[in-house]
Design a protein around this ligand. Structure first.
Ligand code: GAL
Length: 695
């Protein structure tokens, strides 16, 4: 599909006389697709069963005249007032028992059969109406499923559905009682019908129940989406189906949701007003796209790419000159084949008055429009060649919803956080310009040289076998603190010492552990400087202008700090100690170990390493896995690669407002002004292409 840039457009917010001006400006800017109607339920069905698509037809035809294709959003994120008045039972009930009302969006219960029926009716009517419209190319199901559903619905319909889901999982109530450990605090049930949704309790909650509750909700939302996907596939078999994901948001398991979609989309707002200093860390921005790309292991679209100041009641920062193109190109670098900007024009009314678009409220094109237009003009030919290209990464990080769910209800201390842990490993690799894929718990691992599975807290028995096979065949695996603590039902493993089912692989025993929280312990191991442990790691260093890489030896010292958590490791089952604690009674006890298992290695990290310790662990793991560290740059430069049959494309992105340098990137420059090779002006991007035959 030769469509690479677009905008989220809300023609219903503007007088119809303006539409043609908009379409003309979009065309001039190089936009070729818009997403329409994902919140327009009332406009399309002003009363139950009375449909009006004429206004939308007019918009779709007008856009066609300007060569702009249309993606339709199903409007089920915004049930209209008539519907809520007529069927108030569809309103969601929070864990305190409060019913949430009309006036925002997603004021709905996704298990309610009546609501499901109304959703099917509007989706069917839209599909029937637009199935033969050649200008409509695809569908976005709902909008950011799971957003606004953080506090799960506890209504009677959800309670019934939860009971059914549990019955299906456990078969008998006896089994559920056993697996939930209901003997504790007399929580035994006589039948599935007795089970409550986990609302506000007088004290505490059952971790096994909470894990099931979160998995149930994810399944419920996927099922809600499936009902719509089934309708669209049947009536509009030639249209694609997608959904706009929210990177690390965890309400819905996106690996599961992804199975319904032709491709996944990400909503990318790097300058969100809610981030510290109104800016997401750049490695996180990269990780967000890498993650969504990993759900289907295919290039993604960005369905909402920031196009101006973000804001509802509060506002974020103004994108600096060239920052919007830079952020857009970072999304493309990490796997986007098409970028749709949110939104076309800043809206004059409603909750999102201050969520700025490409055009300001006045509708007069300004800097955002000019900068993005220029970028699109230069990128179009590159995008044509780039379509379908994927990174070829040697390193994968496991991202598991179950760990996230289990650790959400029992975080151990205020500083232990699953996603932060994932991102700590990611950022150390990112700084070394090592590309990362994320993998689910069932994904094949064979193609990776290094796999990192942080906080493998809740495990199926097969998880150990899967890792043993991977390492046995030569893979390098990093396991971390809290591996093997629980079984799949969130019950503590009692059959052997920690790390439980991973003990054989890790070659260690955790004799004791300490929940450090804010305390950190020095890792300054005398032994790590000894003959045995002062391992020399090598990293390839290529200098500007040099084609041949020079080898530089870096001395690997395991020093730094152990934070958040401390495992006291006995390297007693074959592992060697890589790093030891350097203070208090922990002094001399192992904090990082490595075991040879079959042809591979398992490194176990018994703490959350600070960045210094993390860097030495990652350097050692990369060396063990024989992963080449190729590119080098000043801090703040993102370098990554995508490849397909047309060639290998390397993106070099200055994510800062200062001039930066980089080394070791070859090929011919296909994007960006190369004033001086290896130098990037603020927010500038260079893209190089190498032909495959030249490698
Ligand atoms: C996204 C959402 C959009 C819009 C935008 C700005 O999360 O999908 O509909 O709300 O944020 O708030």
């Amino acid at each position: 599909m030769n469509i690479h840039f677009g905008a989220d457009y809300y023609p219903e917010h503007w007088p119809e006389e303006r539409w043609e001006t908009d379409a003309g400006l979009m065309k001039e800017m190089g936009l070729k697709v818009v997403r329409l109607a994902e919140f327009s339920w009332h406009k399309m069905e002003p009363q139950e069963g009375v449909f009006d698509f004429e206004w939308l037809d007019r918009a779709v035809y007008l856009l066609e005249k300007y060569g702009i294709k249309v993606i339709l959003g199903t409007p089920t994120a915004a049930p209209p007032a008539w519907l809520v008045n007529k069927y108030p039972e569809i309103l969601p009930v929070d864990h305190m028992g409060n019913t949430h009302g009309f006036g925002g969006r997603h004021h709905d219960c996704q298990s309610n059969p009546g609501y499901r029926k109304l959703c099917s009716q509007i989706v069917t009517a839209m599909c029937e109406h637009f199935k033969d419209n050649a200008n409509v190319i695809g569908w976005q199901i709902d909008n950011e499923l799971g957003n606004s559903h953080d506090d799960f619905c506890n209504c009677p319909s959800c309670r019934r559905k939860f009971q059914e889901w549990l019955k299906n999982k456990y078969g008998t109530i006896e089994k559920l009682n056993e697996k939930w450990g209901t003997a504790f605090w007399s929580q035994d049930y006589n039948s599935f019908e007795e089970i409550f949704t986990p609302g506000l309790t007088a004290a505490g909650e059952n971790p096994s129940q909470m894990l099931d509750w979160r998995c149930f909700h994810s399944d419920l939302i996927v099922d809600f989406a499936k009902a719509q996907a089934d309708i669209i596939r049947t009536i509009c078999p030639n249209h694609f189906i997608t959904h706009n994901c929210m990177d690390f948001a965890d309400t819905v398991n996106y690996y599961d949701l992804g199975k319904l979609l032709d491709f996944a989309c990400q909503d990318q707002y790097p300058l969100g007003y809610w981030f510290e200093n109104c800016k997401m860390s750049v490695y996180r921005a990269a990780a967000c796209v890498d993650l969504v790309r990993s759900f289907k292991k295919e290039p993604v679209w960005i369905m909402e790419q920031e196009a101006g100041i973000t804001g509802w009641g509060k506002m974020g920062r103004l994108p600096k000159p060239e920052e919007l193109p830079e952020m857009t190109l970072q999304s493309i670098a990490h796997g986007a084949d098409c970028v749709v900007f949110f939104r076309w024009r800043s809206c004059a009314f409603g909750t999102e008055q201050y969520w700025h678009g490409i055009l300001p409220h006045s509708g007069i094109p300004g800097r955002n429009y000019a900068e993005l237009k220029k970028m699109i003009e230069h990128m179009e030919p590159v995008m044509d060649e780039l379509t379908g290209a994927m990174p070829k990464n040697d390193v994968a990080i496991e991202y598991s919803y179950r760990q996230q769910y289990a650790l959400r209800s029992q975080p151990h201390n205020d500083y232990l956080n699953y996603q932060n842990q994932i991102l700590k490993y990611y950022s150390s690799l990112y700084d070394k310009h090592i590309g990362v894929d994320f993998v689910g718990e069932k994904d094949p691992l064979e193609k990776y040289k290094l796999v990192i599975a942080p906080l493998k807290y809740v495990s199926y028995a097969e998880d150990a076998e899967r890792f043993e096979k991977y390492v046995g065949n030569g893979g390098v695996l990093i396991l971390t603190m809290r591996a093997g603590v629980k079984d799949e039902f969130n019950i503590c493993n009692t059959s052997e010492p920690l790390p439980g089912i991973y003990r054989r692989l890790a070659g260690i025993t955790i004799s004791e552990y300490d929940s450090l929280g804010q305390v950190s312990l020095v890792v300054d191991d005398e032994n790590s400087k000894s003959e045995e442990n002062a391992v020399k790691a090598t990293a390839a260093l290529a200098k500007a202008g040099e084609t041949a890489a020079k080898e530089k030896e870096i001395s690997e010292k395991f020093s730094g700090k152990a934070c958040v958590w401390a495992d006291l490791i006995e390297a007693d089952c074959g592992a060697v100690s890589l790093a030891r604690y350097g203070e208090e009674f922990y002094k001399g006890t192992t904090v990082v170990s490595m075991n040879t298992y079959g042809k591979g290695k398992c490194i176990y990290v018994g703490c959350e390493p600070d960045s210094e310790l993390m860097d030495s662990i990652i350097a050692r793991a990369l060396k063990e896995a024989d992963v080449n560290v190729g590119f080098r740059s000043d801090e703040g430069v993102d370098i990554c690669t995508r490849e397909n049959e047309n060639g290998i494309f390397t993106f070099v992105i200055n994510t800062t407002c200062e001039q930066k340098h980089y080394f070791g990137v070859g090929g011919s420059l296909v994007y960006g002004e190369d004033d001086e090779e290896g130098i990037l002006r603020p927010f500038c991007v260079h893209i190089y292409k190498k032909d495959r035959k030249h490698g």
